[in-house]
Design a protein around this ligand. Structure first.
Ligand code: G1P
Ligand code: ZN
Length: 549
């Protein structure tokens, strides 16, 4: 459905771009690639073309504030108007964290939303940009939809836009744009209200407001600054300065807004310094990732999901759980809690979109990925600040420090030592050859010994969605060893240069005297075996990973 005659809809001739294929999380490319004339408009038109006419009523629109965000919003608004949308809800300043966008889509019952973000990838003119489409459930479009968008992008010969001046994004208000209603709204309030309904804000206020419990939240100059200030400093009365790097910047202050031990160095230094706060946390570019640190060490995201599951009954919004899910490469720590509590536990491919059906169908309440993503049925995205509040709520309820809670967890359930090694920007052909080589040998690997490890099983993970029956194949090579260890190989679907090989490794330990060993040293024999089996050096020329988490 297009606008009525009389409204200045303009048809712009275009040609398809190759490679407008959404990856693990939307279309992510360099700013330079996005700057090509028509590149953004083509992809947005491809999204609109896959939405039927009756799904073009209302949209949510916002982004992580990175370079290009504001300009893209103005252009997408004109396209939405020309394509017949009635209303678009935009975050003030063009800002919406990914979980807040999900919250708004659900709250206002829109047909979906467009989120502008390349997540944890660097921003600025030399950085990356991205466009994600979320459906009416508030979650990332499933593979069937992203495939349709890619197909539509391949046959575009025009897009629709209209001529209108820019909307003032910096003040709340209602505007008319070529006959479409644009509502500029507070990007924080609805989301903060949602979280307030899930956690014990009185107990948190008592803990944080008293100054008894000091914490720091590192927003990494990305989108969560305003959210964290509102929630932690205003509603929960934590002292000013609790939120660090809280001003969203177009280039994230030159940093890499990825909350891990390597990139959140300011926070890590603080936690390792003299007189550290009791608790530290960080979020990523678009606010969906989290890293939590206790005094004396960080909490692996796989363990974090397990601890949240085991302690959910202490949190008002989570007194009972329907089930849990984790992405396949995530360690099996949460499986042990689920088994002990008789909870259904699902193993899905990498990427939040695979949790959507399980959440919509009421099969799970909590879910998470090793890649610093944890979330629940409150939205359809992972949620950084949510995870931080969940931890704080548990700490307040148990009156114990984070690390003590983790230690007790290990004593009760055993510990799944886990690490991920990333080989970034490697030659694509080499990386593909490595994966192909493993696939060819799946049948012959079991029984073979590599160093100290003997392979017992090898497969290429395929997932059949229990709700809609859709099947996703080729989701990662899994090798299981006699020692109980497991490794997974897969190629990243979010990188923008060359290929990134991810090697995930875990081993379970029950012995109470062996629960606090060094992770890398403990997993070294398994990592060595994995490198030998895959021929990492031969295929990539690398002997060491670029990032270890
Ligand atoms: C990475 C993570 C994955 C996460 C995605 C989006 O994808 O591994 O768990 O869902 O970012 O945040 P990858 O680059 O591995 O395809
Ligand atoms: Zn993100």
């Amino acid at each position: 459905m297009n606008r009525e005659p009389g409204v200045a809809v303009r048809r712009v001739e275009t040609r398809p771009f190759e490679g407008q294929k959404p990856g693990t999380s939307g279309l992510r490319k360099s700013v330079r690639e996005f700057a090509e004339p028509h590149y953004l408009e083509n992809f947005v038109q491809a999204i609109f073309n896959t939405l039927g006419g009756d799904a073009r009523d209302a949209l949510v629109l916002g982004g992580d504030g990175r370079y290009g965000n504001r300009d893209a919003i103005q252009r997408i608004l004109r396209q939405a108007a020309a394509n017949g949308f009635r209303r678009v809800i935009v975050g003030r300043g063009g800002i919406l964290s990914t979980p807040a966008a999900s919250c708004l889509i659900r709250k206002h019952g829109t047909d979906g939303g467009i989120i502008l973000s390349a997540s944890h990838n660097p921003g600025g003119p030399d950085g990356d940009f991205g466009v994600k489409f979320n459906g009416a459930n508030g979650g990332p479009a499933p593979e069937s939809v992203t495939a349709a968008i890619h197909a539509a992008s391949g046959s575009l010969d025009h897009y629709l836009t209209c001529d209108a001046p820019d909307i003032d994004l910096d003040r709340d208000g209602c505007h008319d744009l070529c006959g479409m209603q644009v509502d500029v709204i507070d990007p924080v309030a609805d989301y903060a209200d949602l979280l307030e309904g899930l956690f014990d804000f009185d107990a948190l206020r008592e803990m944080l407001g008293s100054g008894r419990f000091r914490m720091r939240f590192d927003a990494m100059h990305a989108v969560t600054g305003p959210y964290a200030r509102e929630i932690l400093e205003r509603r929960l009365e934590a002292p000013a300065g609790t939120v660090m790097n809280g001003e969203p910047l177009e280039d994230f202050g030159g940093g890499h807004p990825d909350p891990n031990l390597v990139h959140a160095h300011a926070l890590v230094a603080l936690m390792n310094g003299d007189d550290p706060p009791a608790f530290g946390a960080a979020s990523d570019g678009d606010g969906d990732r989290n890293m939590v640190l206790g005094r004396g060490g960080y909490i692996n995201p796989c363990d974090s999901l397990a601890v949240l599951t085991a302690n959910a009954h202490l949190v008002p919004g989570y007194r009972s759980l329907a089930g849990v899910a984790r992405s396949m490469p995530t360690s099996r720590a949460v499986d042990r809690v689920a088994a002990a509590r008789n909870l259904p536990c699902y193993e899905t491919p990498t990427g939040w979109k695979f949790f959507g059906n399980l959440l919509d169908d009421g099969r799970i309440t909590l879910c998470g990925e090793e890649s610093f993503g944890t979330g629940s049925s409150h939205v359809r995205e992972k949620d950084g600040l949510w995870a931080v509040l969940f931890w704080l709520n548990i700490i307040a309820a148990r009156q114990q420090p984070a690390r003590a809670i983790l230690r007790e967890h290990w004593r009760q359930f055993g510990r799944d030592y886990f690490t991920r090694h990333d080989y970034e920007g490697v030659d694509s052909a080499g990386a593909e050859a490595l994966m192909a080589g493993l696939r060819e040998r799946l049948g012959s690997l079991p029984g073979q010994q590599f160093g100290e490890e003997v392979v017992t099983e090898a497969d290429d993970f395929a997932y059949e969605d229990p709700v809609d029956g859709s099947v996703s194949r080729g989701q990662g090579i899994r090798l299981y060893f006699e020692s109980g260890a497991r490794v997974v190989f897969r190629l990243s679907g979010t990188g923008t240069a060359g290929a990134t090989l991810r090697l995930y490794c875990e081993r379970y330990e029950r012995d109470p005297t062996l629960l606090e060993l060094d992770t890398q040293r403990t997993l070294a024999p398994v990592l060595d075996a994995a490198a030998a089996i895959a021929g990492i050096e031969a295929h990539t020329g690398r002997t060491t990973p670029d990032v270890i988490t």
